[in-house]
Write a protein that binds this ligand. Structure first.
Ligand SMILES: *[C@@H]1O[C@H](CO)[C@@H](O)[C@H](O)[C@H]1NC(C)=O
Length: 332
């Protein structure tokens, strides 16, 4: 009699298990970390550009943008605006040299309530990329999930085939409007929702499954899958790996290098929590939102209203700093 054969059990890390269920993207704007983690997609924004702009290594990009601004603008305002656009595109190109996928490029947050100017800005950014030989399939235009931002995205997707990433998304109403607008991708924030509940309510700690950020993304994911929306859900801004475990199965998750490392060291079992079968059984009903209904629902949600406004203000601060920096260079 032969002994039963013993199968070798390979212990896989939580990260490896997660990658079998969800596309995992390293959440970093740092060029060095990008080289290390090799994310598929990545993002740029004024804060990341400002941080890189201080380094000697990237000075030539700012110089190039300033030269461009001087050439195409007829006054200081125009020159500065053109230099900002070019700076965003040049940093986007640097990132595209490292990653195989798409880079998100942000529309100036100060246009968050101006649909027409958001559309114009997005088209401008895409045309600069195209002049540099980069196909628009590799770009996602990032817009804040205001009513105007979402409607701008709808037009960009429908009329120009420009793909959009809707950010600062904290509520179900924003997610529903994005799906109806047919946007390519939403990046709902998990951790920033948790932060709000911790600072603004008496409850100071949450189990991962009751984490308000997790619950928000779960509901959005279920709604999208149940009603077959093609908009892709990319969960973002995580505070702990418990939140990530609860959202395993989501289309994409963008995770900081620190939490990626924790997942790599852990061997806890990762279960597919989000999945289409469960979504189809959920009791969510389809809703349609016009502008008034959208604004009403968003306004009823104190957390989402606070976080959206706050997020726009913070993006605008860094945009202004970048603007000042470029303006000085144009004048000197
Ligand atoms: C979409 O934007 C978010 C920021 O809100 C960013 O973290 C994410 O990387 C972007 N997604 C892609 C695929 O570029």
């Amino acid at each position: 009699m032969s002994l039963p054969q013993c199968k070798k059990v390979k212990i896989t890390s939580s990260l490896e298990q997660l990658k079998a269920l969800t596309i995992v993207v390293a959440d970093t704007g740092d060029f060095q970390a990008m080289e290390q983690f090799k994310p598929i997609d990545a993002t740029t924004n004024p804060s990341l550009i400002l941080a890189a702009a201080g380094q000697k290594k990237y000075a030539h990009l700012l110089d190039k943008a300033v030269q461009y601004g001087k050439k195409v603008g007829s006054n200081l305002e125009e020159k500065t605006e053109a230099a900002i656009d070019m700076t965003c595109v040049l940093f986007g190109q640097e990132i595209l040299n490292i990653i195989p996928g798409r880079v998100s490029t942000e529309v100036d947050a100060r246009l968050s309530f101006d649909k027409e100017r958001s559309i114009e800005k997005a088209k401008k950014l895409i045309s600069l990329y195209e002049e540099a030989g980069i196909n628009k399939e590799r770009i996602l235009i990032k817009l804040a999930s205001t009513w105007e931002g979402i409607q701008a995205a709808k037009e960009l997707e429908e009329n120009y085939g420009i793909h959009c990433n809707l950010t600062l998304l904290f509520s179900f109403a924003q997610a529903v409007a994005c799906a109806e607008a047919g946007v390519t991708l939403i990046s709902p924030f998990v951790g920033r929702i948790l932060d709000w509940y911790v600072s603004n309510t008496d409850k100071k700690s949450f189990e991962a499954a009751d984490d308000p950020g997790v619950m928000s993304v779960t509901k959005i994911y279920n709604y999208y899958k149940k009603f077959n929306y093609k908009t892709v859900v990319m969960g973002a801004s995580f505070r702990n790996i418990g939140e990530i475990h609860e959202l395993a199965g989501c289309d994409l998750l963008t995770i900081s290098p620190k939490l990626l490392e924790e997942l790599e060291k852990s061997t806890s079992l990762v279960k597919k929590v989000l999945n289409k079968e469960a979504a189809e059984k959920c009791d969510l009903e389809k809703i349609n939102l016009n502008e008034a209904e959208f604004r009403w629902l968003l306004n009823e949600d104190i957390m989402a209203t606070d976080k959206l406004s706050d997020g726009i203000r913070k993006f605008a601060v860094d945009m202004r700093k970048l603007e000042e920096l470029l303006k000085e260079k144009i004048q000197s």
